[in-house]
Design a binder for this molecule. Structure first.
Ligand code: ADP
Ligand code: MG
Ligand code: ZN
Length: 609
């Protein structure tokens, strides 16, 4: 990892009391409520909106973690409306900005934007308006690279000198961090704003932030005594499951949709453009109303597809992750992942597009370990489309750690899916509250902890003894004593360990092997890919991490389903996260926690079989 942490100290108010911020006797309260109704047409505030607004209106630096669709925009648009000057909003994507401005103009709020792909004369007009004696703009949106631009900075200084710079908003603030799933280099230079304007309040907003991402954001932006508002990221109305991916995956998807969501609206996320097209084509043959969507399509075509989907003229979109930002369709009933997502954050966000209306919806992930190797290959060769379109700067995504966590999530067939996802956001979810709404919780199985250290050691030694030239499936064959020609060829190397795992079940050995990869004791090195995008890989030993295991100083325990049926109640006290998810940087500071309101209570009736 080429990223060095420069700072250690983090400056935030932990556990700030929300009572203070939810008061209704601030000087601006009346104006706030009136404008919320009159201008935005809202009857009330959603969770944390009032609190965030009061904190930023009180001129504090504020960090807001709120799920997608939670209503973050209002927390700066309303303050902008009732403040005398201009609010600057940094946002990563021009299409998002345009969408926001359209809504603002409809509400008669004057707003403009600056981006690199605008005509120079147009940009000049905006800048001129800014420095005019009576600037009309309440909000000015800019893409992050504009902040490095002298012309804009000079205008901001000018505004500031005239006391007309009200507030600086950083939307999608997780883009600051390399730990996030959507790092944008331009975001890292936004720290200059706090340096130049130390007394101007900054409001940073995001729907995705682990504890470490949050730390990065606070540091990179130079936020001072920052107040953090965080909501539960749990989505009670979504059901999560991971299903083994077979060669008949699309048939399985077809059956799943017909059985559970016939004629309902959904998204199928695919890894590559070719996958999108292939899956869409097959589903069409099976009688679904479906289209594909990816970054290489003509923008008009893409917009047309999205529109057809929004208007229910088609039900299903097969898309890369390029599809999704800013989508606000409330009745998406299923999100299917045809391949492995590249991070848990990304996965959570993609799933989050289902069930915005609070109705029960499904999130199904088709997982195969070979997809891990494929995604890894594509990541390292820059072949993957990113969550945002490329219109506002390149995204660097070098983080295989995020990918390994996703593998770990899929391999885990024991712990609650909600628990596994939310721990990643620094939230400790009590799996008791899942109420069997994920695949793991709804398995009525009993589990046993099993010491697999010996198996693990054998596998590592085996990888070493074949001079690290074998693929994982080959290693397993040798370990379990296969007599195939291919295996026999290397017999002289593997003599002592050939067949050492004869009595070990294949599934068990496989899980141990995958666990070793997730723990980075073994490393999958992607060798090459063929014309069809198939990649092959070989296993190597990470000597540094393997040494403890081989020296007998590390034991490895995995949880397996128990063959014998026993009492039912033993499921709920499982609270240990899967290995690899418990690194210390996950532990969250105590902050304002509010259950999210966009996610109503689980209707237990719905889930009763
Ligand atoms: P986010 O940025 O958190 O993903 P948005 O700010 O785009 O969410 O808001 C999502 C939707 O919720 C928008 O359609 C917005 O109009 C709506 N919304 C926001 N606040 C409220 C509110 N207090 N009452 C009703 N609707 C709201
Ligand atoms: Mg938003
Ligand atoms: Zn669960």
């Amino acid at each position: 990892r080429n990223y060095v942490r420069k700072y250690v100290e983090v400056n935030y108010i932990e556990g700030s009391d929300d009572v203070k911020w939810s008061k209704r006797d601030f000087p601006w309260t009346k104006k706030l409520e009136a404008n919320n109704k009159k201008v935005f047409g809202n009857h009330s505030f959603r969770p944390n909106q009032r609190e965030v607004i009061n904190a930023t209106m009180s001129r504090n630096d504020v960090f807001v973690l709120m799920p997608t669709g939670g209503g973050k925009s209002l927390t700066y648009q309303l303050p902008a409306l009732i403040s005398p000057g201009v609010t600057i909003v940094i946002s990563p994507l021009v299409s998002l900005i345009q969408d926001q401005i359209m809504h603002l103009l409809q509400a008669n709020i004057s707003a403009a934007y600056l981006s690199a792909n605008m005509e120079w004369t147009e940009q000049q007009d905006v800048l001129r308006e800014l420095c005019s004696g009576h600037c009309r703009y309440k909000l000015l949106y800019v893409t992050p690279e504009k902040i490095a631009n002298d012309a804009l900075l000079r205008q901001l200084e000018n505004l500031h000198a005239r006391e007309l710079l009200d507030r600086i908003v950083i939307d999608e603030a997780h883009c600051v961090s390399q730990w996030g799933h959507d790092f944008r280099p331009d975001y890292q230079s936004l720290g200059i704003l706090k340096q130049k304007f130390p007394n101007i309040p900054v409001l940073a907003l995001t729907a995705t932030a682990t504890a470490s991402v949050k730390e990065d954001v606070v540091q990179a932006l130079g936020l001072v005594d920052c107040i953090i508002f965080r909501q539960s990221f749990n989505r009670p109305n979504l059901r999560y499951s991971v299903i083994p991916k077979t060669k008949k995956c699309v048939d399985d998807i077809d059956k799943f949709i017909k059985d559970n969501h016939n004629d309902e609206c959904g998204i199928i996320y695919c890894l590559s453009k070719k996958d999108c097209e292939k899956v869409a084509e097959t589903l069409q043959e099976y009688g679904h109303k479906v289209a594909f969507y990816h970054g290489s399509m003509d923008p008009d075509k893409r917009a047309a597809v999205q529109k057809m989907w929004s208007k229910d003229e088609i039900n299903i979109i097969c898309a890369t992750v390029a599809f999704g930002m800013g989508i606000n369709k409330p009745d998406v009933r299923f999100v299917i992942h045809h391949s492995l997502p590249k991070s848990i954050e990304g996965y959570h966000q993609e799933c989050g597009r289902a069930g915005r209306d609070g109705q029960r919806s499904s999130c199904v992930l088709y997982y195969s370990y070979s997809d891990y190797i494929r995604v890894k290959h594509m990541l390292s060769h820059g072949l993957l489309e990113q969550n945002y379109n490329a219109s506002s700067g390149r995204v660097l995504e070098t983080n295989t750690e995020n990918l390994l966590r996703m593998v770990n999530y899929c391999e885990n067939d024991v712990d609650c899916r909600r628990f596994l996802q939310l721990i990643h956001f620094g939230e400790k979810f009590d799996s008791f509250n899942c109420k069997k709404t994920c695949d793991n919780c709804s398995k009525a199985q009993n589990l046993v902890d099993k010491d697999v250290t010996e198996i693990a050691k054998h596998l590592v030694e085996l990888v070493k003894s074949v001079e690290q030239q074998f693929s994982s499936s080959h290693i397993l064959e040798v370990y379990r004593g296969s007599l195939s020609q291919n295996v026999k060829k290397y017999e002289h190397h593997t003599l002592s360990l050939h067949g050492a795992g004869k009595s070990v079940a294949k599934g068990e050995a496989l899980r141990v092997l995958h666990h070793l990869v997730v723990e980075e004791i073994l490393i999958e090195v992607v060798k090459r890919s063929d014309y069809y995008g198939n990649v092959s890989s070989i296993l190597k030993v990470n000597e540094k991490k393997a040494s403890n295991l081989l020296a007998g100083m590390q034991t490895i325990t995995l949880r397996f389903p128990c063959a014998v049926k026993a009492s039912k109640s033993s499921r709920n006290d499982i609270a240990t996260p899967a290995k690899g998810l418990t690194s210390s940087k996950q532990s969250p500071p105590r902050v304002v926690d509010t259950p999210s309101q966009t996610q109503p209570e689980v209707d237990l009736e719905l889930y009763a079989k």
